[in-house]
Design a protein around this ligand. Structure first.
Ligand SMILES: Cc1cc2nc3c(=O)[nH]c(=O)nc-3n(C[C@H](O)[C@H](O)[C@H](O)COP(=O)(O)OP(=O)(O)OC[C@H]3O[C@@H](n4cnc5c(N)ncnc54)[C@H](O)[C@@H]3O)c2cc1C
Length: 549
């Protein structure tokens, strides 16, 4: 094939991803020096289109970045007024009082927000400062320099033929080069995965852990709506089968975010995270709240859960991992947006100092130091044992021991347990189907619970059908030859968007990938027990179109 010719554009810093991490970095760079050339590339059709969080936002990241965010009209309009935590059984629940909770779990001072809208607002702030933001531009490849450093990305490849080759309508995209490249792709970023592997950034660190988070927006009866109320639950419908829990956040305009996270280290391949979420809404406490209301949006996204001990090295020549590209979620708080913002700010400050010193294409050790030794490291270190305790000893033990551990860390700055390890990665945690019972899930009623494909239509996801499938199988025969007999092909169930099916054709099972349904959650890339699926970027602008997730 003839060499592909691409136009090249030169910048000081190239940023992949217009999430809170990438946008914070862009804003901070321009605050420090308005002459710096900064570009942000986003695969969503607009900024915010692919953003999915709970979200209760701890404003500490925004305070550090834009102290006058209130005057500037940031969409943080719903302060948390009430914070509830319930342990659920099938028919009822016990409210856990707030006083035994360590102070870090307190949500007072935080805001219920649409992170999509927060990102849209941050993008406006960035553009006012002169940042160039290109939505609808997937970064599909990294560009390496002569010394093995990352020197840029390829973005904006459109119109590939179905087999991945170049055709008459293919636009080859362009190369965007930078003195530094920041990857703010969020959880399980495709370029970040390449960088972590190429430079062995996970060496000496624990494995990364994940959950799959699903979320619906409901408009509910105004009489039941309590703006500013935050509720978390644990327990039913999950039992010892899997870890996880729910969140219910009352924002404004009679809207409620209803979400459910299932930890992806579950063993039973028959488990169906999406159906666990649907079943959860039939709990009397939740059903009472939602009855008479309507679901107006649906989405899903993986969430990093490995925390402090799983964070890879953050820098390699020419490149830095920001936010959830490196996994900066505080798991018991289910919060990562504040750390994403703080990491973007720290990376920007390190790159600014390096550029002023005429450096480029090297590592930014100052960024790494600020993250590990500063506010982010402190936030993550205090809670580092909660997830491994949960995986090893189950929910009740982790609540008690994890609570104790957070208190000793909070007050004495030490843990009685040291730093616990996570053990297997989530793919390896999956056991053979023959060892486990099938789970009988009730049929969705179409009122409180919905079948997967109906719900996916509320994610407004869209992929140009003529392009190559962006979900790549290393071995196309493996789903039927290995995964089906061994694991009952769990892709049929772990995908919250119904992308994967096993159908019968001419009396034989066939694996079908409906990539058009993909909501870019990355669960398949994480959970496939054979690690045979790689999520790559489809062409720019494709994917979900979330309104105010
Ligand atoms: C269900 C759920 C609930 C959560 N609840 C909360 C909460 O209540 N509070 C909280 O603080 N945190 C919460 N989190 C965690 C929070 O969402 C993350 O910590 C945060 O999104 C990380 O920000 P980020 O900028 O690193 O990545 P993201 O927010 O994921 O942003 C990454 C951006 O990069 C784009 N992108 C990715 N790859 C490419 C590419 N190759 N080319 C171009 N663009 C690309 C994506 O489209 C996206 O817009 C929750 C997460 C989940 C899944």
């Amino acid at each position: 094939m003839a060499e592909i010719e691409r136009e090249t554009m030169e910048y000081d810093v190239v940023i992949v991803g217009a999430g809170p991490a990438g946008l914070s970095a862009a804003i901070r760079l321009k605050q420090l020096d308005s002459d710096l050339e900064v570009v942000v590339l986003e695969k969503g059709s607009e900024v915010g289109a692919h953003i999915l969080s709970g979200a209760v936002l701890d404003p500490c990241g925004l305070d550090a970045l834009i102290p006058d965010w209130k005057e500037k009209g940031a969409p943080l309009n719903v302060p948390v007024k009430e914070d509830n935590f319930y342990m659920l059984g099938e028919a009822g629940g016990i409210r856990v009082p707030n006083f035994p909770m360590p102070p870090l779990m307190n949500n007072h001072g935080n805001y219920i927000v649409s992170m999509g809208n927060v990102c849209r607002w941050m993008a406006e702030q960035a553009e006012e400062l002169g940042v160039e933001i290109f939505p609808g531009m997937s970064c599909s490849e990294l560009v390496y320099g002569d010394k093995g450093e990352v020197k840029g990305v390829v973005a904006g490849v459109f119109g590939l033929e179905e087999d991945g080759s170049y055709g008459p309508n293919t636009e080859p995209g362009m190369e965007l080069h930078g003195k530094y490249v920041f990857l703010g792709e969020g959880v399980r970023g495709s370029l970040s995965k390449e960088v972590i592997a190429k430079y062995d950034l996970g060496a000496g660190k624990d494995v990364q852990k994940y959950g799959v988070g699903m979320k619906e927006i409901w408009e509910i009866d105004p009489a039941k709506h309590k703006e500013g109320t935050v509720t978390h639950t644990m327990g039913w419908p999950l039992n010892s089968n899997a870890g996880g829990g729910s969140f219910i956040y009352h924002l404004d305009n009679n809207q409620v975010y209803v979400g459910f996270v299932v930890h992806l280290n579950y063993k039973n391949p028959h488990l169906y995270p999406y159906m666990e979420f649907q079943r959860f809404k039939h709990h009397p406490m939740v059903a009472d709240l939602l009855k008479g209301g309507k679901r107006v949006a649906y989405g899903a996204r993986a969430i990093t859960e490995g925390g402090y001990q799983s964070m890879p090295k953050l820098v390699a020549p020419g490149v830095a991992l920001l936010g959830c590209s490196a996994g900066m979620v505080n798991v018991p708080r289910i919060k990562g947006n504040h750390n994403a913002m703080l990491s973007g700010k720290a990376a920007a400050e390190a790159a600014y100092a390096a550029i002023k010193a005429d450096r480029s294409g090297d590592e930014l050790p100052d960024y790494e130091a600020v993250v590990r030794d500063g506010a982010i490291g402190k936030d993550l270190k205090m809670v580092r044992n909660v997830k491994p305790m949960w995986s090893k000893w189950g929910l009740m033990a982790s609540l008690m021991l994890g609570g104790l551990d957070m208190w000793t860390n909070n007050i004495l700055g030490l843990s009685l347990f040291g730093t616990l390890k996570h053990g297997k990665n989530d793919a390896e945690a999956t056991e053979e189907a023959s060892k486990h019972k099938k789970i009988d899930y009730p049929k969705p009623d179409g009122v409180l619970s919905f079948d997967r494909l109906t719900n996916v239509s509320f994610a407004a996801t869209n992929h140009e059908e003529s392009q190559p499938c962006h979900l790549r199988l290393a071995d196309p025969s493996l789903p039927i030859a290995t995964n089906l007999p061994k694991f009952d092909e769990p892709a049929q169930r772990y995908c919250p968007a119904g992308v994967y099916e096993v159908v019968e054709k001419d009396g034989k099972p066939e694996f079908v990938i409906n990539f058009q349904n993909c909501v870019h959650c990355k669960t398949c890339d994480i959970k496939d027990p054979s690690q045979n699926i790689t999520w790559t970027t489809p062409q720019g602008g494709d994917g979900p179109n979330y309104p105010n997730m």
